[in-house]
Every structure is written in structure tokens, then in C-alpha cells.
Ligand binder design. Structure first.
Ligand SMILES: [Zn+2]
Length: 224
């Protein structure tokens, strides 16, 4: 995607109604770990059932280990359901720095909740501290917890922005996520590798056009 269309799309998103429920109506319960447990045996049985349902023979040699492999893979890719993303934001450092902190190109893999297929992408996260900063390795870890759940990219973007805004007590947070959705790229006639861009702006990034423009141009600077 060209830089200009990327910028236009992302800032249209930031200005629009589609993203940006305010802090008040954010459902924080979505961030808590799941109450149910990871039942590998149940996944194995379900995968065997799917194989039977599509007309396969789950007992043939090539498929014999598949239910177990898929169960272990699901346990891994959905482990974020059983983790609390706030855990990584507990340790903050007092710091006078009050300019923008930006981390670009954080790779992630998530699974779309509509098809349980991978979404592969990059996140760009900026915040303006309010006297406290977090270790830079923590933000990718928070993203990792949130993305290792059945997700929608829009919600992932909002959850990350909201979480950082609250836990860091930041003056502003900007999150831009670009994702390529396998459910789009492997099916139908539109087998393209087009990416889907979502953004969530909070605080200063939402209120000040100049700050938002600055972060968007810094992010697009990574695209050479
Ligand atoms: Zn999907």
C-alpha cells in the first residue's frame, strides 16, 4: 500500500466513528483471563470429529497424530486467553520524559474469531508518558497476550490502546495495526495480500491533529 493511502485510511479511521469507543464504555472484562480451562482432550475429539465430518479417515497414517498436533497448537496460539495482559504493565519507571515514545513494526500473529484462521501483521504503538514509562519489551508482550486469543483486529487495536492508556496513565496513546487476514487471502476470488489497517487514538493523539499527524508520519516513515 502506498504511504499516502495508508495515511489517509488510518487517519480516516482515527477520525471516524468506527473505532474509538471512549474510555467510559470500554468493557474491561474482555481483558481478564478466561474462566474456562484449556481442555486438550476435548480439542482432540473435536478435530477428529471435523475430519470425519469432511469425509476423511482420521485413522489413516497421515492423520493419526493430527488431532493431537492441532490441540497442542491451539493451546499455544490461544494461550493469551489464560493470561492477564496487565501483568506486563505493573512495573513502571518514573521518568521526566514527556515526548512521544514510538515502537514501530511489532510483528504479531493472531486468529480471527470468525474463521479461526491466522491474521499476520504489524503493530505500531506510540504513547506520551505522564511521568511514568514502561520497559519497551513490555508492549510487545501485552500485544502477544491480546493477539493469542480469538480476535477481531478492530477489537485488538482498541484493547491495546485502552489498556496502555489506563495502566500507564499516559497523556495519549496511538495504536495502528496492519493485518493480513488468511480468511480473506485464501478464499474467494480476491486472493490478494492486501492488508487491513485499524487505528485507535486516545488522549492527545485523539484531541490534537498535529500530534496525530506527527505519529502517522513517523509510522509511515518505516515503509521506505
Ligand atoms: Zn476471518
Amino acid at each position: 500500500m502506498a504511504i499516502n493511502s495508508f495515511l489517509a485510511e488510518a487517519s480516516a479511521y482515527a477520525n471516524g466513528e468506527s473505532v474509538g469507543s471512549g474510555v467510559d464504555d470500554f468493557d474491561e472484562s474482555a481483558l481478564r483471563p478466561a474462566t474456562g480451562s484449556m481442555d486438550l482432550d476435548r480439542i482432540r475429539r473435536a478435530v477428529r470429529e471435523i475430519l470425519l465430518a469432511v469425509g476423511e479417515d482420521p485413522d489413516r497414517e497421515g492423520l493419526r497424530e493430527t488431532p493431537d498436533r492441532v490441540a497442542r497448537m491451539y493451546a499455544e496460539v490461544f494461550q493469551g486467553l489464560h493470561q492477564d495482559p496487565r501483568f506486563h504493565l505493573k512495573k513502571l519507571f518514573t521518568q521526566k520524559y514527556d515526548e512521544m515514545v514510538l515502537i514501530r513494526d511489532i510483528r504479531f500473529v493472531s486468529f480471527c474469531e470468525h474463521h479461526l484462521l491466522p491474521v499476520v501483521g504489524r503493530a505500531h504503538v506510540a504513547y506520551i508518558p505522564n511521568g511514568r514509562v514502561v520497559g519497551l519489551s513490555k508492549i510487545p508482550r501485552v500485544l502477544d497476550v491480546l493477539s493469542k486469543r480469538p480476535q477481531m483486529q478492530e477489537r485488538l487495536t482498541e484493547e491495546l490502546a485502552e489498556l496502555l492508556m489506563r495502566e500507564l496513565d499516559a497523556k495519549g496513546v496511538a495504536v495502528v495495526i496492519e493485518g493480513t487476514h488468511s480468511c480473506m487471502t485464501i478464499r474467494g476470488v480476491n486472493k490478494s495480500d492486501s492488508s487491513f489497517v485499524t487505528s485507535a487514538m486516545r488522549g492527545t493523539f485523539k484531541d490534537k491533529l498535529a500530534t496525530r499527524t506527527e505519529v502517522m508520519s513517523l509510522i509511515s516513515g518505516s515503509r521506505g
